[in-house]
Structures are given as structure tokens and as C-alpha cells.
Design a protein around this ligand. Structure first.
Ligand code: SAH
Length: 348
């Protein structure tokens, strides 16, 4: 019989299940805290449980724990890139960034991705599978344990499209923000989407205070279609209406991500079109100098173009920042570390 993924259960579900085994509610709470607060990697580490109970738990439950396959630490800013092995042998990538305001972890939501964005390494080999809530959580749990410091912010901006793994994403957020777990504030969580309209509208109804980031990357559908196949399915007018609905329902200001690609979306006509597109939105624009991947010939915009683009938006009342490049010395944008690891393994 397949064992139950205990790390994906909430406290209420765990309490109900353990009650069936004749265990009192306080035991469920103890076990939940071992898993989600003390972040133990095995049932044998739950030292206030008898050996008999630990064996009983092992028989019925699986404690999903990711293995650190590789970690690279930046000498410049302390950024750490982790490659994790999943129980079934798949490899995923997560990043820890150290900021003045705290430690932020960027997690993957899927193994690979099926969205096909032209500049992104995570999607080159398609989607392998969704990550379970436990596998999303454990990226943060292992990093916090390895670092020995509290993680305060989480961004779902690694490999994968979170809206394509919606139910697991929502469960993950509830577990991550649970007061008996890491208890991370909802306001310190950001979910980034390429613009799946039904997903955005559904998220608006969840009564959550998380930040929604939209990968915009273009001021109109024509340019967007050249960068993101998903633009053939959802039009910008509908995506932005859904984003506005998210703001109305949650009161949370959005983030629009705009990766600047030389000669593709970075001239002042495009800046003007962008201002017109989003001037009525309650949003902040994050400009990301595109991180070139070797499989495509996209080129990063130069500093002059970036500053001019930013200046134009600012002059027209748009709130804008340029994303600081973190961990420059440890190489690679989203999904590139995993991709180079997998390619290397194929050659071996
Ligand atoms: N699928 C989600 C979240 C993962 S991607 C989304 O599309 O938003 C996280 C962000 O990184 C997105 O804005 C994505 O477009 C951007 N991104 C991916 N590869 C990049 C690259 N090579 N350079 C710059 N930004 C990139």
C-alpha cells in the first residue's frame, strides 16, 4: 500500500487520521510541529514519541525530504543556489537570496514547465510533473535548516507555472502560513504567473493576502506572442482585467515583471505603449534585464536602454525598479543550473 504524504496534510486532517489510530489530538499537534516547525528529516528524530509509535507512523506515512545534490554559494552577495533530488529521482532548483529585510527563498512549483516561454531555460524539456505541497515546502525547510537562519519571504518564481498546479499551490500556501508551522506571513509570499486568466480569478477568491506577480514582458499581444506561447491563449486585456479584479478583491498591489530583451521589447515606443497599458493599474513594475540562455539568441538590453526605459516609466508616474542581479558569480537564470546538471548527466 502506498504510504500517505504526511507533510502535505494540514493539522486538522492529521488529527482526524491519528484519531482513527486511537491517538489523542495533542499527539497530532506534536507530530505536526516536528514536521513543520522543527523541520525534522525523519520520524526517528521525533524524540518525544515512543519507538513503537514512530514505527507505526513509518508504516503508514512517508516523510518527504529533499536531498541536497549541490549547493553553490555566491562570494559576492551570499546567494545560494540549491539543486535538490526528489524521492523519485527528479531534480529541481531553488535559490536563497539574502536581503536586508530578511532571507528570501525562490521555489520551483513543477519539475520543468509546459508554458514554453522563449527566453526561459525551465521549459526547454517540457513538463515532467507537478510538485506536491510537501515538495514545495521542503525546498524552504531544507534551506532554512542548511542556512541555520529563519526564512522570512518566499517567492514562487522558480521553475514551473504555479497556476498549472493550482490545488497543490493553495495547500502549500496554507501549510506555509500555518501558526503551528513556519508561520510565514501571507504578505511575505509572492506567486508569479505567466497570465493564466482563470487561475488569477480563482486566486482572487481565496481570501489570501499574498502578492501576485504577472510576467508581462511586452506592451501588446503581438510582441508578447513572440516571447510567450501562452499569449496565444489569453489576451492582455483579459489578463489585466483579471489582475485588476485581484486587486479589488484583495487590496494587494500587483507586481508586473518585464524582462528587457535587446531589440525585442526595450525601445521607448514600447515603454510608451506599456505606460498606456498599465497606467490605471495598482501595480509596481519590476524590470529584469533578461538573463541570456545558451539555447536561444536573446540578448540583454544595455544599461543605457534599461535606464531610459525605466526613466520613461518613472516620468509617467509608474512605480518601477530594476531587479538587482543576485549571485552573478554562481551563474545561471531560472532553471539553468538544473538544465546544465541534467545535460551533463545525459553525457555521462
Ligand atoms: N511561470 C511563472 C513563474 C516562473 S518564472 C511565470 O511565468 O511568472 C519567474 C520569472 O522569471 C518570470 O517572470 C519569467 O518570465 C522570468 N524569467 C524566466 N527566464 C528568464 C530569463 N532567462 N531572464 C529573465 N527572466 C526570466
Amino acid at each position: 500500500m502506498e504510504r500517505i504524504d504526511i507533510k502535505s496534510l494540514n493539522l486538522e486532517e492529521l488529527t482526524a487520521q491519528l484519531k482513527e489510530l486511537g491517538l489523542p489530538a495533542f499527539r497530532a499537534k506534536q507530530i505536526y510541529q516536528w514536521v513543520h516547525e522543527k523541520l525534522v528529516a525523519s520520524f526517528d528524530d521525533m524524540t518525544n514519541l515512543s519507538k513503537g509509535l514512530r514505527d507505526q507512523l513509518k508504516e503508514r506515512y512517508e516523510l518527504i525530504t529533499l536531498q541536497i545534490v549541490d549547493v553553490r554559494i555566491s562570494q559576492i552577495d551570499g546567494t545560494r543556489k540549491y539543486l535538490f533530488g526528489l524521492p523519485d529521482g527528479h531534480i529541481i532548483e531553488s535559490v536563497l537570496m539574502k536581503y536586508k529585510h530578511g532571507n528570501s527563498v525562490c521555489i520551483s512549483s513543477q519539475v520543468g514547465c509546459r508554458m514554453g516561454c522563449r527566453f526561459c531555460a525551465s521549459t526547454l524539456d517540457g513538463l515532467e510533473r507537478n510538485l506536491r505541497p510537501s515538495e514545495m515546502l521542503d525546498q524552504i525547510y531544507r534551506i532554512q535548516t542548511d542556512l541555520g537562519e529563519r526564512v522570512s519571504n518566499v517567492v514562487v518564481m522558480g521553475s514551473g507555472e504555479p497556476m498549472d498546479n493550482y490545488d497543490n499551490l493553495i495547500r502549500f500556501i496554507h501549510l506555509l502560513t500555518d501558526e503551528h508551522g513556519l508561520n510565514i506571513s501571507q504578505r511575505n509570499i509572492t506567486v508569479s504567473t505567466c497570465g493564466i486568466v482563470p487561475g488569477i480569478l480563482k486566486l482572487a477568491e481565496e481570501d489570501l493576502q499574498i502578492t501576485l506577480a504577472l510576467s508581462l514582458h511586452a506592451p501588446n499581444d503581438e510582441v508578447r506572442k513572440t516571447l510567450m506561447p501562452v499569449a496565444n491563449k489569453y489576451k492582455l486585456v483579459d489578463i489585466l482585467a483579471a489582475c485588476h479584479q485581484y486587486f479589488v478583491k484583495t487590496g494587494r498591489r500587483l507586481t508586473f515583471e518585464y524582462s528587457l530583451v535587446s531589440g525585442v521589447n526595450d525601445n521607448l515606443d514600447e515603454a510608451r505603449a506599456l505606460v498606456n497599458l498599465i497606467k490605471d493599474q495598482q501595480a509596481h513594475v519590476n524590470l529584469i534585464p533578461v538573463n541570456p540562455i545558451k539555447e536561444r539568441d536573446y540578448v540583454q538590453s544595455n544599461q543605457k536602454a534599461i535606464q531610459e526605459f525605466k526613466g520613461y516609466l518613472e516620468k509617467h508616474g509608474i512605480n518601477v525598479t530594476v531587479r538587482r542581479e543576485m549571485g552573478r558569480d554562481i551563474g545561471g537564470a531560472c532553471g539553468q543550473l538544473r538544465k546544465s546538471y541534467m545535460d551533463q548527466k545525459k553525457e555521462d
